[in-house]
Design a protein around this ligand. Structure first.
Ligand code: SF4
Length: 710
């Protein structure tokens, strides 16, 4: 979708009026006996919206047509004409999506029409955690929740939510303030507490930096699988496309250093397969070489310089598991490049990841690229300061009396060893605002389901572009759901306090220029401004720590490193309920409807494991069983597994399917941020059954199948 076509197709769309496909309100009922060919399909209309599948805040455009559903009226069945959503595309005006979408964005429509979506409020029936609920009216549900909230200690109200900046977060904050509760908390794998703290400590920025990859000429990626789901996947996929092919005569070179052959590593010119936890040591070695080879372009604080200078490159290369020769070559190419960039993230966090990210940030300072084209740029300001703050909320969960679960599933995204299940069991009241019964919602007392993102209005402030993506509701909600903003204002009213929901218009009016009309903003799906000139407040004095990563589990009993990672198709598990995502072949193993344990050929041969065998992965904190995939590119001694399967409750397509790698992790954290150290657990492997456990789109040895090699 390009800009010209965008204006052609959305020019007739209404601004914020909920419509049928042709702009008419749809209330018509047709008897079932009227045959299909007597029903003329409606015209298509495109409306702007905001993708809600992750926190990146991509603006989208949505194709709406007249459709129908079967409803019952007084015991008789009718076809009801409704506006149906047929297709989602990226909004070409949006600097985040640029007219493109990731697979999960495309599949958002499946969440809307999912057969297991909650159709109205429900109350727990029977024991907690069984996932059994009975329907109630909204009035009953709100009365019951307000009654419990009224008698709760407001200081022990905990609101767990996603780390997205926007109008919804502002309304949540207003609600909690009005009832005297603490601020909302983000406690998600998809937050980036390590990246934020490193950026604050080194650059003086409050959020995840933006890497201007499109204008760089040589990039070293350290630990950030930015094509596989880190931060803003569509934005960085577009950046990477431009880096490689967008400039006549210039082809950017990417060297990726990671302990997994991730999607980014697969797309790089060179992959440096690191030992887990060695990201810090490659950054230290590169810093040392930039200084010793006189390739640095700017100075760093004295103590940071001394730390880089003290690095023994031979030893660092050994710790990393790469040759010193390759390290020296990469340092030279990086230092001599026209526009060098070090692109760092903690896709699989370790206990020393903060130090690694800070060392990588100091490399960018040495390269003189901070705030410059092709370098590292400041994040877009969260103009309304609305993004909930990441906190290790385990202690808060333990003390909570009343818990709101808003778009989060801590029972799935936290290891069992943290005791999260026992902590939830002690909470007096749990209210879930999710659209589905997931593992955590199954423990709720009340379900107050939100609208789907395609039925909702709101504004999201993306972290990688100045401005906001804006959605006005354009179809009637399919079911008896209510927006969370509406639920919170209604609860506040019952508690005798007033909360006015923050609307996109009220939140953004001050940001608009005098000549910018609100209707035009809604019609184009948001407004975005040129990034302001970048500057960093580098500290005059700073130190650089050099801790080794700490791993849980005795190496003699648990000899293998275990690396769970957020998957392209499921993220942190939140998209596993969508059948398109289940059917999407896994980029590593091409597995469908399952996720395997990825094992290197040496380890597999030693244990007699073949692709498709069922294996047991055991840590000191638990065990799981899953099919094996012998990955020729896996680092020896490193076992990886994508996150996404292993839900007990998440609709018919995801429930009781596969295993959750997070479930067997140690309760290990990066101390200063409280980030879960996903890669800090050692495991052992054993084969438990032969074959039959893996469905692959393309089997690895198909070329050597019964028809022989061609
Ligand atoms: S990156 Fe994908 S899932 Fe996330 S908002 Fe954009 S389209 Fe949606």
């Amino acid at each position: 979708m390009d800009r010209r076509n965008f204006f052609k197709i959305v020019s007739t769309a209404s601004t914020g009026v909920m419509t049928g496909a042709c702009g008419k309100r749809v209330e018509r009922y047709l008897p079932l006996l009227v045959s299909d060919h007597e029903i003329a399909p409606g015209d298509e209309v495109w409306h702007p919206g905001v993708c809600g599948e992750c926190e990146a805040g991509c603006s989208i455009i949505v194709r709406v047509m007249e459709g129908e559903r079967v409803v019952e009226r007084k015991g008789e069945q009718f076809r009801e004409r409704i506006a149906t959503i047929k297709k989602i595309e990226g909004n070409p005006l949006d600097p985040v999506s640029g007219g493109r979408l990731c697979a999960r964005g495309q599949a958002a429509v499946e969440g809307l029409y999912h057969p297991d979506r909650l159709r109205g409020p429900m109350r727990k029936q029977g024991a907690r955690g069984h996932g059994e609920f009975t329907p109630v009216t909204w009035e009953q549900a709100l009365d019951e929740v307000a009654g419990k909230l009224r008698h709760a200690d407001q200081a022990r109200v905990l609101y767990l939510t996603r780390p997205q900046a926007g109008t919804r977060a502002l309304t949540v904050a207003r609600f909690l303030q009005a009832i005297g509760g603490p601020a909302p908390v983000s406690f998600e794998l998809a937050d980036f507490p390590l990246e934020r703290k490193a950026a604050r400590d080194v650059y003086g920025w409050v959020d995840v930096p933006v890497y201007d990859l499109r204008r760089a000429t040589y990039a070293v990626g350290i630990g950030a699988d930015f094509l596989g789901g880190w931060a803003s996947p569509v934005f960085y996929a577009r950046q990477f496309g431009h880096f490689r092919q967008g400039r006549p005569g210039v082809r950017g070179k990417l060297v990726q250093a990671e302990p997994r052959f991730s999607i980014t590593a697969q797309s790089a010119d060179q992959w440096l397969p690191l030992r887990p936890g060695a990201e810090l040591f490659i950054a230290l070695a590169l810093g040392h070489l930039l200084l010793s080879e006189k390739l640095s372009r700017a100075t760093v604080p004295e103590q940071v310089r001394q730390t880089f200078e003290a690095v023994d490159v031979t030893n660092a290369a050994r710790l990393c598991g790469v040759t010193e020769k390759r390290l020296r070559q990469v340092a030279r190419e990086l230092g001599e490049s026209d526009k060098p960039l070090v692109f760092a993230g903690a896709s699989i966090a370790q206990t020393n990841s903060l130090a690694a990210l800070k060392a990588a940030a100091w490399l960018n300072v040495l390269l003189g690229n901070v705030g410059k084209p092709g370098g590292v740029l400041p994040p877009s300001p969260d103009a309304a300061a609305s993004r909930p703050v990441y906190t290790n909320a385990l202690a808060k969960i333990e003390q909570a009396q009343f818990l709101f679960l808003d778009g989060v599933d801590p029972l799935y995204t936290l290891p069992a060893s943290t005791g999260v299940a026992e902590k939830l069991a002690h909470i007096e009241t749990i209210v879930s605002l999710a659209s589905f019964i997931n593992d955590s919602a199954a423990h709720a007392d009340q379900l107050l389901p939100d609208h789907h993102c395609l039925e909702s209005g709101g504004a999201v402030f993306p972290a990688v572009a100045d401005g906001a993506a804006v959605a006005a509701p354009f179809v009637h909600p399919l079911y008896d759901t209510r927006s969370t903003e509406e639920v919170l204002t209604a609860l506040a009213k019952k508690l005798g306090v007033e909360v006015v929901a923050v609307t996109p218009k009220s939140a953004m009016e001050k940001m608009l220029q005098a000549h910018q009309g609100w209707d035009a903003v809604v019609r184009q799906g948001g407004f975005w401004t040129e990034a302001k000139p970048a500057s960093a407040r580098l500290p005059a004095h700073a130190t650089l720590e050099t801790p080794q990563a700490v791993f849980q589990g005795d190496v003699a009993q648990y000899p293998l490193h275990f690396l769970p990672y957020r998957s392209l198709q499921f993220d942190d598990g939140r998209s596993a309920h969508l059948p398109w995502m289940q059917e999407l072949p896994d980029p590593v193993s091409s597995a469908m409807w399952s996720l395997p344990v990825e094992i290197d050929p040496q380890t597999a041969a030693k244990l007699g494991i073949k692709t498709g065998d069922r294996v047991r992965v055991e840590s000191p904190y638990g065990k799981l069983e899953a099919p094996a995939y012998v990955d020729p590119a896996a680092v020896p001694g490193v076992v990886s597994m994508a996150i996404g399967q292993g839900h007990r409750h998440f609709g018919r397509y995801a429930s009781n399917r596969g295993a959750n790698p997070i479930s067997i992790l140690a309760p290990a954290w990066e101390e200063s941020t409280g980030a879960l150290a996903l890669g800090a657990t050692r495991v052992r492997l054993a084969r438990v059954a032969t074959g039959g456990g893996l469905v692959q789109f393309a089997v690895v040895d198909r070329e050597a199948g019964p028809w022989g090699r061609r």
